[in-house]
Ligand binder design. Structure first.
Ligand code: NDP
Length: 291
């Protein structure tokens, strides 16, 4: 099976590297130099355009900022698509666009599976991502062959769009946690509890989370603030979660509030800030550094 990979960004690149170890791989990236560098390191081939890539492979994998870019790339490939191919979308996308795209591709006999990932760039490098797949059983079976190259857990959660909905809700929980943990720790530091001591207790108690176990100790307390997952992308996930909650008519005060705070954070911190940097705004308002 020949695999094509489109979108060699922060998380796409390490996933593509695992795929290239297992399958003959062709890549395309908007900034062509990244594709050339990737090919030099991994032995993958470089396509001149998305259409050329689609012509050359059996499974097309996309990892782009939003479903909008996935739609555009799929359209750009136009008549290059042929029956029996699969578009496997690793983007944290939106269920509505994905269902429309799946229907459009189905007219050509092309399958679609949404398969967003969780575990960050470190999980992508280690090949231990969690993947949530939405799609028809027969296509998901094929998708799993590729997904196996970079995941330690893959769950078929439902029909097309279900993977994207699950990912959006997961990331909404991450956003809520970042804000709540940031606020709580800022208060503790202000009354004289060092962040390391507070985290030692919380991480052995019921309030612990990935945010308190991994993100705050490694990125905030150290003042390292690495940029691995853009705040703008987490805001996009909150936007999708908000749509899912609205469509299902579920009241969502908490996630709605996180959505508003991240919208402000995006405006203040800009497009390149990391998601954890939302805590910088809490620190600024509180007049304290969490350390
Ligand atoms: P990046 O911003 O690092 O990379 C985006 C990729 O998409 C780049 O290859 C970029 O090309 C390409 N791209 C952007 N716009 C276009 C366009 N208009 N046409 C064609 N290509 C385009 O994002 P990430 O890799 O961090 O994220 C990708 C997806 O994975 C997102 O949906 C994100 O939410 C999700 N995700 C990210 C995680 C992370 O930790 N980073 C964790 C889990 C999910 P170019 O190189 O030219 O800029």
């Amino acid at each position: 099976m020949k695999v094509g990979f489109i979108g060699l960004g922060a998380i796409g690149r390490p996933m593509a590297a695992h795929i290239a170890k297992r399958f003959p791989t062709v890549v395309w990236n908007r900034t062509g130099s990244k594709a050339e560098a990737f090919a030099a390191e991994t032995g993958a081939a470089v396509a001149r355009s998305p259409a050329d890539l689609v012509k050359a492979v059996d499974v097309v994998v996309t990892c782009l900022p939003t479903s909008h870019e996935v739609w555009e790339i799929s359209e750009a490939a136009g008549s290059a698509w042929r029956a029996g191919q699969l578009l496997l979308d690793l983007t944290s996308g939106d269920p509505i666009t994905s269902r429309e795209l799946a229907a459009r591709l189905a007219e050509k006999g092309v399958g679609f599976v949404d398969a967003p990932v969780s575990g960050g760039t470190s999980g992508a490098e280690a090949g231990t991502l969690t993947v949530m797949l939405g799609g028809e059983e027969r296509w998901v079976k094929r998708a799993l062959e590729v997904v196996g190259a970079f995941s330690s857990k893959a769950v078929h959660v439902g029909p097309v769009g279900a993977g994207h909905a699950t990912k959006a809700i997961n990331n909404a929980l991450l956003a809520v946690n970042l804000i709540a943990a940031g606020e709580g720790l800022a208060a503790l530091v202000k009354i004289g509890v060092p962040a390391a001591k507070a985290l030692e207790v919380i991480n052995a108690s019921s309030g612990r989370s990935n945010v308190t176990e991994n993100l705050i100790p490694q990125r905030v307390v150290t003042r390292a603030w690495p940029r691995t997952f853009r705040l703008a992308l987490l805001y996009k996930d909150l936007d999708i979660a908000d749509d899912v909650l609205r469509d299902t008519e579920v009241p969502h005060e908490m996630i709605g509030l996180a959505w508003r705070l991240f919208a402000e954070g995006r405006k203040t911190l800009g497009d390149e800030a990391d998601h954890v940097e939302i805590i910088k705004l809490i620190e600024k308002q509180a007049g304290v550094e969490i350390k």
